[in-house]
Design a binder for this molecule. Structure first.
Ligand SMILES: C[S@@+](CC[C@H](N)C(=O)[O-])C[C@H]1O[C@@H](n2cnc3c(N)ncnc32)[C@H](O)[C@@H]1O
Length: 458
């Protein structure tokens, strides 16, 4: 019976036993099983049969043959591997060949690895880069790798940036990752967000959660054109990027909107805001992480299907929109999330842990909230989830388009700080009327004009 134990046993017996087993094996499945379970190869292992398998017609056999050859490290036959690379068309096998040659860590292989950098497959290029990066401080390697910062593939560019350029661009942070400026803590500014952000230092907020004004959907959002609207949002999110701490999140709530028709002889127009905004965000250093769907009950949304229900004519189908998007982005960094998490002390991590009952899917079923003053408020539950899942206690949460201030109130209620901007006097006053006085809190909420805010910074 062919088993892992049997293969291990045979491997250490007489040299050539495994070769015989492989050569006599005509069942491809079994052959692959042997190759997959060869494990560590003992010193003096006769690997000639593995090179014969490089000509096998089955891709997986060739792939595993190369994988085993790689285990021979410095002793593998580079020439035969290069020959296979030149005739091989399967990506996985080709990548494994490059990996096998890279793992030899031989200076003499540098030229071969340089030639792989010209491969059309970015996965091969990345693998070759990995193989070359083991030659630290090697000027020739640097000369070949640095120009790849302009490579057409983004993964290649990212590796090269991390290796050679990020260290040059590193800014010195004035504040530790978990801390922020006193003058931003629990502050609401009555101003246009772009005016206010001019006074906010780099890397000062931990999370931004916002719902931007909808394009001409409500009276507070009149823009000259859709393009002008997107460009305005781009500016806001460039500034938000600047003031966001390394590797932290931005969550933008939007949905496609509809502009009603001007008359019966025109049609209404639908604008896919989340999809159109997305390229502006990634272009400006926001890495796309997730899309979360906010699902509302059908009875709570505008009825669009009424006409179709009557006529039932194809093309006239207009489903009721019961979803909105929460697009999740992270400020691009080569640092892993683990780095962000490790910035917090044990006590904060324990206190911030998300309790049982959290949402496990990207579809969040939450009833909308209706408000008599502000027509587009966040449900508290939506804010609570975002803030709990994407921030730690004591973090500063920013909402550039504060409206009735739901983000601020929710942040405060679960042990976070907030910083909000809102340009409309009516909503600014409304926020103020909603605040519960708490004179004993050291971070008491401050409602400031832009001028007053600037005064507090000095
Ligand atoms: C969709 S509402 C946000 C509602 C908020 N999420 C809430 O829970 O109440 C967008 C808000 O952005 C505000 N706004 C629009 N343009 C602004 C700007 N340039 N600067 C600051 N606030 C702005 C609007 O007045 C509006 O209150």
């Amino acid at each position: 019976m062919l088993s892992k134990e049997f293969i291990t046993d045979l491997k250490f017996k007489k040299t050539g036993e495994i070769a015989k087993l492989v050569q006599n094996q005509h069942d491809v499945g079994k052959l692959i099983f042997v190759l997959e379970n060869l494990g560590h190869l003992p010193i003096g292992f006769n690997a000639d049969f593995l090179y014969d398998l490089l000509q096998h017609q089955h891709t997986q056999v060739r792939f595993h043959a190369v994988k085993n050859i790689a285990k021979l490290n410095g002793k593998s036959d580079t020439k035969k591997l290069v020959e296979l690379y030149q005739q091989e068309s399967e990506t996985n096998v080709r990548r494994e060949i490059v990996s096998a040659i890279g793992r030899q860590r031989k200076i003499t292989n540098k030229t071969i690895l340089f030639s792989f950098l010209k491969d059309e497959d970015p996965k091969i290029v990345c693998q070759a880069i990995r193989g070359l990066l083991v030659f630290e401080h090697d000027k020739e390697v640097e000369k070949h790798l640095k120009p790849l910062i302009n490579h057409q593939n983004e993964m290649v560019r990212t590796i090269i940036y991390k290796e050679y350029f990020s260290k040059e661009n590193q800014t010195v942070n004035v504040l530790p990752h978990t801390e922020t400026y006193r003058f931003l803590k629990n502050v609401v500014i009555h101003a246009d967000v772009l005016d206010a952000l001019k006074y906010v230092p780099d890397e000062s907020v931990h999370l931004t959660f916002t719902s931007p004004p909808y394009y001409n959907a409500r009276d507070y959002s009149i823009y000259q054109s859709y393009q002008a609207y997107l460009e305005f949002l781009e500016k806001v999110f460039i500034e938000t990027h600047r003031i966001t701490k390394e590797g932290r999140f931005l969550i933008v709530n939007t949905s496609p909107i509809i502009i009603p028709r001007v008359s019966r002889s025109h049609s209404s127009k639908r604008y896919p805001i989340p999809f159109d905004l997305h390229p502006y965000l990634v272009k400006n250093g926001w890495e796309f992480i997730d899309d979360i769907i906010w699902l509302k009950p059908e009875a709570s949304v505008k009825n669009r299907i009424g006409g179709f229900m009557q006529h039932r004519k194809p093309l006239g189908y207009k489903p009721n929109s019961i979803t909105e998007y929460l697009m999740v982005y992270r400020k691009s960094t080569e640092k892993l999330l683990d780095w962000n998490m490790r910035s917090y002390d044990f006590k904060t991590i324990e206190a911030s842990k998300v309790e049982d009952g959290y949402e496990t899917t990207n579809v969040w079923k939450i009833d909308p909230t209706f408000d008599k003053i502000h027509t587009a408020v966040f449900p508290v539950e939506l804010c609570r989830r975002v803030i709990q899942y994407y921030s730690y206690k004591g973090d500063l949460i920013f909402d550039p388009f504060a409206g009735s201030g739901t983000v601020g109130r929710t942040a405060k209620s679960i042990g976070r700080l907030f910083f909000l901007t809102e340009k409309e006097t009516e909503y600014f006053n409304y926020m103020q009327s909603k605040i519960k006085p708490n004179i004993f809190n050291e971070n008491i909420t401050k409602f400031l004009t832009l001028k007053q805010f600037i005064e507090t910074i000095k």
